[in-house]
Write a protein that binds this ligand. Structure first.
Ligand code: PEP
Ligand code: MN
Length: 458
């Protein structure tokens, strides 16, 4: 999946008093209560013996690419489902998601004239934070659904009881997803000579199709021109790097995948290349920050509108004390109405302190709302507005917005309103499939890539 050369990384001091299990001494939010500690321990034992999902070489290659993005030499595209479902681990869902991410990255590479770091929000995005621990329906109270890695969405005691064995299934599903993505990419699916491989069934009907195809044929011409000029094929156009990420929420799962690697120092979380901490579990003295402190992966933290400059600086001190390039990203998710007031003080504080981070904009999670017909949605104009405002705010602050974090799917769903086809609240009934947050559909995702390019080339 990641073919880059092994990069030389800056040596850093390893944290003291840390172990893969040291998070257990801290307050741990958003974790399920498993009814049987012995079954849980047995599952962790089993996970410890299974092969890892990623390697430390890939992880360090990504860290180098993120370091480049911090310096403005790359742009990060991170995207995928809000939550993966076990039942969506199918060839169509995986390949359609890969297609839309490849199309978006082509638009970004072409328009921004920068290499793109491609990170999927998949192969492990199975655990969800919830606003309440329990849910009550018709007088019956049961544990909340916390994602397929924990329990099942159906409303019965059996379905909602957290079951540790689901972790083994999540690991297997993640491995299958990675295996298919790696095989597609290694087999030539991502070959720039053949962008038509990435066309989705519905691309022909899209109002954006013409613009996209014009661009693709322009790139094809450029590739052929260079090949004619040099008399050989242009290297590396048939391979791309693709990395994975998920919210590392379920710490017993992550702990069991945390390993030391021969000829490398320190510990790696080998369940994914690029784990992040969600907004609700980012307390400085909490279990999640403690776990992340000791792993060598590049890590990200979601930053919501209530975070203060001091809290942000404290996170930098704990998560990146040596100011290591590529190590720390902040994903701000303020909402279109708050970003102009909340983001500038945070950017200023880090800039004043001379701290190195990669700033990523998540224009999804601060813009969720409920419609009058009972759907959770996001309006495309708010998503667009948060992206555009964020670029401007960074420009004024003298910082760089080095990437975007999006919830999207390659499927033709109707979950977010607006966009080129101007979906209305009524359209949501037609193809609303997300069990959690509303995702950009294929067309809205491509339109987002196009608007980033337009915004940056103004
Ligand atoms: C998410 O990314 O799905 C999520 C829950 O985000 P946040 O932690 O930013 O609310
Ligand atoms: Mn979400």
């Amino acid at each position: 999946m990641a073919h880059s050369e092994r990069p030389a990384l800056q040596p850093v001091s390893l944290p003291e008093d840390w172990a893969p299990s040291s998070w257990r001494s801290r307050p741990a939010l958003q974790l399920p209560s498993y009814p049987d500690a012995e079954v849980l321990a047995g599952v962790q034992e089993e996970l410890r013996d299974l092969p890892p999902l990623v390697t430390s070489w890939e992880i360090t290659a990504l860290k180098q690419q993120l370091a480049d993005a911090q310096e403005g030499r790359r742009f990060l595209l991170q995207g995928g489902d809000c939550a993966e479902n076990f039942s969506d681990c199918s060839s169509d869902v995986i390949s359609n998601r890969l297609k839309v991410l490849l199309q978006m990255s082509l638009v970004l590479v072409h328009g921004l004239r920068l290499p793109v770091v491609r990170v999927g929000r998949f192969a492990g995005q199975y655990a969800k934070p919830r606003s309440a621990d329990t849910e009550t329906r018709d007088g019956i109270t049961l544990p909340s659904y916390r994602g397929d890695i924990v329990n099942s969405p159906g409303f019965s005691a059996q379905e909602r009881t957290p079951d540790p064995r689901r972790m083994v299934k999540a690991h297997a599903r993640s491995a299958m997803t990675m295996n298919f993505v790696r095989s597609l990419i290694d087999g030539g699916f991502a070959d720039l000579h053949h962008p038509e491989y990435w066309d989705l069934r519905w691309v022909g009907h899209s109002p954006l199709a013409d613009e996209y195809h014009r661009m693709v044929s322009g790139i094809g011409d450029a590739v052929r021109f260079m090949e004619t000029l040099s008399g050989t094929s242009v290297n590396n156009l048939n391979r791309v790097d693709f990395f994975t990420s998920h919210e590392a929420l379920l710490l017993p799962y992550e702990e069991a995948q945390t390993r030391q690697v021969p000829r490398q120092w320190g510990w790696f979380d080998l369940s994914t290349h690029f784990p992040w901490i969600g907004m609700r579990t980012a307390a400085i003295d909490g279990a999640h920050v403690e776990y992340f402190r000791g792993i060598r992966n590049p890590v990200a933290v979601k930053i919501g509108p209530s975070v203060t400059p001091d809290q942000l600086l404290a996170l930098v001190d704990v998560l990146n004390p040596d100011d290591e390039p590529g190590r720390l990203s902040f994903i701000h998710r303020m909402g279109a109405t708050h970003v102009a007031s909340r983001l500038p003080p945070l950017l200023d504080a880090l800039k004043r302190d001379g701290r190195r981070v990669l700033w990523i904009c998540d224009p999804m999670h601060g813009n969720t709302e409920a419609t009058s017909n009972g759907y959770k949605t996001r309006r495309f104009r708010n998503i667009r507005s948060e992206i555009e405002q964020s670029f401007d705010i960074h420009a004024v602050a003298g910082t760089r917005m080095g990437g975007v974090h999006l919830e999207l799917t390659g499927e033709d769903v109707t979950e977010c309103t607006g966009g080129a086809r101007d979906l209305s609240d009524r359209d949501l009934e037609r193809a609303y499939r997300s069990s959690v947050d509303p995702r950009l559909n294929y067309e809205q995702a491509l339109e987002t890539a196009m608007l980033i390019v337009r915004k940056q080339s103004l």
